[in-house]
Design a protein around this ligand. Structure first.
Ligand SMILES: [Zn+2]
Length: 238
């Protein structure tokens, strides 16, 4: 069954074109197109997915735009209706080590569990540590937070925007998977807006809320107050 589904994976044929079709006026878009590198069966403790590996193409203008990598975990039928989709940015400290400084791992596990429960959905995992600033800078930001700054102030002190992500690659991955409409699992209205601007219809935003712990309370408060994240169970809290 999964093999048959893989055959219908839509993005491979188009990727074989020799010269990228350049929309002269929009290099940003043409440089963010993705290439599907591999697809494989991927059983997990949540259930059975296919895992697809993607890279960005070299910039159409030829010079060394950085290649990005991401994977998409796909379960079940995602081409009828509006599948549940989570876009997750890599967080080594949270996803792997179980850090309590953020809620990334809990959100990741919640997303996989919800997709498994529905029997269908997509999780896109971007290798984009620390909202795009990189692992070393994230650790420096942690050190600044230890001296009293919040997550946004710390990033800005290091010369980064509060949220350094552009969401270009996940959009291209969704298009490569032939997914035009999604129910987006996110607390971040900027992510909803970014997808819609890029032509992906967000039919519903599904909250991905993790109960705060004593360690994440301040972090979640900053996300809510300074990054505009929406938390239904935190309304009215300061
Ligand atoms: Zn994290």
């Amino acid at each position: 069954m999964s093999a048959a589904r893989r055959k219908h994976s839509p993005c491979l044929g188009a990727s074989q074109r020799r010269a990228p079709e350049i929309e002269g006026y929009n290099l940003l878009v043409s440089s963010s197109k993705v290439k599907q590198v591999a697809s494989a069966d991927f059983p997990t403790r949540w259930g059975h997915f296919l895992i697809h590996g993607f890279t960005t193409r070299a910039s159409a203008s030829g010079d060394g735009a950085k290649t990005e990598e991401a994977v998409a975990l796909v379960m079940g039928e995602v081409h009828s209706g509006s599948p549940l989709v989570r876009i997750h940015s890599q967080c080594l400290t949270g996803d792997v080590f179980g850090s309590l400084r953020c809620d990334c791992r809990q959100q990741l596990e919640m997303a996989l569990a919800m997709i498994a429960e529905l029997g269908a959905g997509v999780l896109i995992y971007e290798q984009q540590e620390g909202r795009g600033i990189g692992l070393m800078a994230k650790l420096q930001a942690y050190a600044l937070q230890d001296s009293g700054l919040d997550t946004v102030e710390a990033n800005e002190r290091l010369g980064f925007r509060a949220d350094h992500r552009e969401f270009l690659m996940p959009v291209e991955i969704l298009k490569a998977l032939d997914i035009q409409r999604v129910r987006l699992l996110s607390n971040n209205p900027d992510k909803v807006a970014a997808l819609q601007r890029a032509g992906i219809q967000v039919t519903e935003r599904v909250p991905c809320e993790v109960a705060p712990t004593e360690h994440t309370e301040e972090y979640l408060k900053t996300k809510q107050e300074k990054l505009g994240h929406l938390f239904s169970n935190r309304k009215g809290q300061h």
